[in-house]
Design a protein around this ligand. Structure first.
Ligand SMILES: NC(=O)c1ccc[n+]([C@@H]2O[C@H](COP(=O)([O-])OP(=O)(O)OC[C@H]3O[C@@H](n4cnc5c(N)ncnc54)[C@H](O)[C@@H]3O)[C@@H](O)[C@H]2O)c1
Length: 352
């Protein structure tokens, strides 16, 4: 199925069950694929050029040093300016391959074939490519949208359960941004992830990204859960997966929104979030470890105040039944939501 996207949108978006060769690039192309998907790709009758690279890149290796051998390899092949690079894998791989494509010959075309739920629902779309620096996640990157995104749900059959749940949080994030309590409640129930949810999240993201490709306004809403989430992810030494950290950040954002005087979420919603997140409680770092990471957020604003600059960070505040809104706040505003988040997780752990 081809998703309806805004006219002029940079990426053609397809949601398929099994991969199909008709959606591969028409001209010269190469592939960088996750080794774990190689058998599935071959069994499905999909071709791979002899110069394809089959790799295994853990989150800790989402670094510039990982892409340099790929660039050298493409130069040796040689890959020409009109060739297309196909990225087959989770969000780590689609982010890195997209970045490498943006750098090679100052930019060659690429296609994203996301294979994790998180990459299908979020990372593969929107043109943000990137790598981590020692100082933090995704601190280097380029806006370089793929020409085509092909999400094949059959790949999800081999995805470990923890990674399926990880992707569910990015879907839930979309429901909370839009203020859709019914959709959120459906996704919070036990049961399998539905393709219709992925379709809905992709359609929403395509609209937002089209209106604000460089994140100067509306696109910031997509960062719901990421402000506290990125700090918790880094403070856990990346033991928390990205989506899990976003889930924790999402619950923290509901609590922050209430403290900022917005309409509170019903206790049942907060408890349902906390119940799903409770097993992650041991990975939630204490507040003193989170504060410096929040202050170093890459979207931090340094506001001059009586000669002494103070830091504020963009925070996205969800509201029940209404779209989320943006506010800039000092990092310290997260201290109380962080404490309440931990208390909620602990009370759900005790109740379980
Ligand atoms: N560019 C963006 O807009 C954006 C948005 C959200 C997240 N991200 C990035 O995405 C990354 C996280 O992505 P992720 O959660 O996909 O992690 P990942 O890429 O590390 O994949 C998760 C694990 O699942 C394996 N895997 C992937 N697909 C599989 C399959 N079908 N079957 C079996 N195993 C499979 C991978 O080898 C890996 O071990 C983070 O680096 C984050 O920063 C980017």
């Amino acid at each position: 199925m081809r998703l309806a996207t805004p006219s002029g949108f940079a990426t053609e978006v397809l949601l398929l069950e099994e991969p199909a060769r008709e959606w591969l690039p028409e001209g010269d192309w190469t592939l960088v694929g996750d080794l774990r998907l190689r058998d599935h790709w071959t069994r499905a009758g999909m071709p791979a050029p002899s110069h394809a690279l089959w790799v295994s890149v853990p989150e800790e290796e989402k670094k510039l040093r990982t892409v340099i051998p790929w660039l050298e390899h493409w130069a040796k092949v040689p890959l020409h300016r009109d060739a297309t690079v196909v990225a087959l894998g989770g969000g780590v791989l689609t982010d890195l391959v997209g970045l490498a494509a943006s750098l090679f010959l100052r930019g060659v075309a690429w296609q994203a074939w996301p294979t994790s739920l998180l990459a299908m629902a979020d990372a593969g779309l929107g043109g943000k490519t990137g790598a981590d620096l020692a100082a933090g996640k995704n601190l280097v990157g380029a806006f370089h949208p793929p020409r085509r995104l092909v999400a094949c749900t059959a790949f999800l059959e081999s995805l470990p359960r923890r990674h399926v749940e990880n992707g569910r949080w990015e879907l839930l994030k979309t429901a909370f941004i839009q203020g859709e309590p019914g959709w959120a409640a459906e996704m919070l129930q036990e049961g399998p992830v539905k393709v219709a949810w992925v379709e809905r999240a992709l359609a929403y993201k395509a609209g937002v990204v089209h209106r604000d490709p460089k994140e100067s306004g509306e696109r910031r809403l997509l960062n719901l859960g990421h402000t506290l989430g990125h700090a918790l992810e880094a403070a856990s030494g990346y033991q928390l997966l990205h989506g899990e950290a976003v889930g924790l950040g999402l619950l923290g954002s509901c609590l922050l929104a209430e403290e900022q005087g917005l309409k509170p979420f019903p206790a049942a919603t907060l408890e349902a979030l906390a119940r799903r997140l409770a097993p992650l409680a041991p990975l939630v770092a204490p507040w003193p470890a989170c504060l410096p990471l929040l202050a170093r957020d890459k979207k931090a604003i340094h506001v001059p105040s009586q000669g002494q600059p103070t830091t504020e960070i963009h925070c996205i505040l969800p509201r029940p039944g209404e779209p989320a809104l943006q506010r800039t706040l000092p990092p310290e505003a997260w201290e109380s939501p962080h404490a309440r988040l931990l208390a909620l997780l602990h009370s759900e752990t005790v109740r379980a």
